[in-house]
Design a protein around this ligand. Structure first.
Ligand SMILES: Cc1cc2nc3c(=O)[nH]c(=O)nc-3n(C[C@H](O)[C@H](O)[C@H](O)COP(=O)(O)O)c2cc1C
Length: 404
């Protein structure tokens, strides 16, 4: 007899970014943005309205520029869904750029004065485009539209198993907050109603004032977001190999979001200042289940989910395109020149939170599929329920218990 308890629910496969695959294409002012999404099982309820909810959330936020007033993002599902359910085949997504007719026949002067903090100059070095508009069109965070659409599919899968992902803003410029308890639906509702994605109206007012001040100075602001996934089972990710560690995969996913420059799991930004006894999460038994006294580790230990909420915080740098010119050069003249200004956001931290939710959802959906596998929901559901039933000392939340 093996001394290991069978884990009938889980497939003995790797859990890393391999099952769910996706690519985006499209330029910021081109006709449309596209995504192909592969690896989701059949049977997930999915409509264009499901995607529209998150796409609209990404467009909001105090401090956005004129572009978001032009676009009314809506993703068309071009394949992989029949009668409101995923088929198991690749899902095609298409979002039209409503700004395209304004650009199609426009004669635009070459963009030759790179903006510090953008891909402009590095893209010129790499691809040789002396008109750096060709670089900026693809480097633009307009691409995050498709991330959010793909993330909405991932959310649909995760929600079948009791998982929910929320975000809030913790800092804009010098205005900081500890944030609210996102496990409380009233706090989540307040965040969703806020123009800067904070629950506290006094903090919202201070952040809006900071954005107004930056705008009046012809400058921009960054800040910090927090994204939390509730209801993840223990055992997603793995400690056994560097590329299967869920903290590492999440860090890469968040760092890939435009302008994100630092990523922390749980209290990662501040644990370096503390004693060890103030940095970790003690345990105790509660009616037969192990509960944690705190969640400083952000739900991940050894690169594996430990059953606590998974917490990622990330710092977004201030918007690089500033109305106040920055020192730069002109590739056309070979002379020093102030950087070129393009229509731009003053602050996009709240939108970055919504993009972060999408990246969290995609990573967790992949880790979930890596662990449980299955080609349709009906096949996956009993695997999850067997796994959770056999898991000693862990109590699933009510949403997961209801979902299996
Ligand atoms: C939601 C969102 C909106 C953004 N909007 C702008 C913008 O309007 N103007 C701008 O200069 N940068 C904006 N950015 C950031 C740039 O896309 C980003 O700084 C640039 O592509 C260079 O990439 P890097 O900062 O990751 O190196 C935005 C980022 C996000 C996440």
């Amino acid at each position: 007899m093996s001394r290991y308890r069978p884990r009938n629910g889980a497939r003995p496969v790797r859990s890393s970014l391999l099952i769910v695959r996706w690519l985006t294409s499209g330029e910021s002012h081109g006709p449309c943005l596209l995504a192909i999404v592969d690896g989701f099982p059949a049977g997930i309820p999915l409509t264009e309205d499901d995607l529209a909810v998150d796409l609209a959330r990404r467009q909001m936020g105090y401090g956005r520029g004129g572009r978001m007033k032009i676009e009314k993002d809506r993703a068309e599902i071009t394949s992989g869904v029949t009668q409101g359910l995923t088929t198991g085949g690749p899902i095609g997504l298409r979002v039209e750029n409503l700004d395209w007719p304004n650009w199609r026949d426009k004669v635009v002067a070459p963009f030759t004065k790179p903006r510090p903090g953008h891909a402009d100059l590095a893209g010129f070095f790499k691809y040789g485009h002396e008109d750096m508009r060709i670089v900026l069109e693809r480097a633009s965070a307009r691409e995050t539209t498709m991330r959010v659409a793909v993330g909405a599919i991932a959310r649909q899968l995760l929600s079948q198993f009791g998982m929910a992902i929320h975000s809030q803003v913790l800092r804009i410029g010098r205005v900081a907050t500890d944030g609210g308890d996102l496990s409380d639906p009233a706090i989540v509702n307040a965040v969703e109603a806020s123009t800067v994605r904070v629950a506290d109206p006094a903090v919202e007012a201070a952040m809006r004032a900071a954005i107004d001040e930056a705008r009046s100075l012809h400058d921009t602001l960054g800040g910090t977001i927090e994204v939390i996934a509730f209801g993840a089972v223990p055992g997603l990710g793995s400690h056994v190999q560097w590329d299967r560690k869920l903290d590492g995969i999440l860090a890469q996913a968040f760092m890939s979001i435009h302008a994100i420059k630092a990523v922390a799991i749980g209290d990662g930004f501040s644990v370096g200042e503390r004693y060890g006894t103030d940095a970790h999460d003690g345990m105790r038994f509660d009616d037969g289940a192990i509960v944690r006294l705190t969640n400083r580790a952000g739900g991940l230990e050894g690169g594996i989910s430990n059953g606590e909420p998974i917490v990622v915080r990330a710092v977004k740098k201030p918007i690089s395109t500033t109305a106040k010119p920055q020192p730069s050069v002109d590739l056309a003249t070979g002379e020093d020149s102030p950087s070129q200004y393009e229509r731009s956001d003053v602050c996009a931290v709240p939108a970055a939170g919504v993009v972060g939710e999408a990246m969290m959802a995609i990573v967790l959906a992949d880790a979930f599929m890596g662990k449980f596998g299955g080609d349709n929901l009906a096949e996956i559901r009993p695997r999850v329920s067997t796994y959770v039933r056999d898991l000693r000392y862990w109590r699933p939340g009510p949403a997961l218990a209801a979902g299996i």
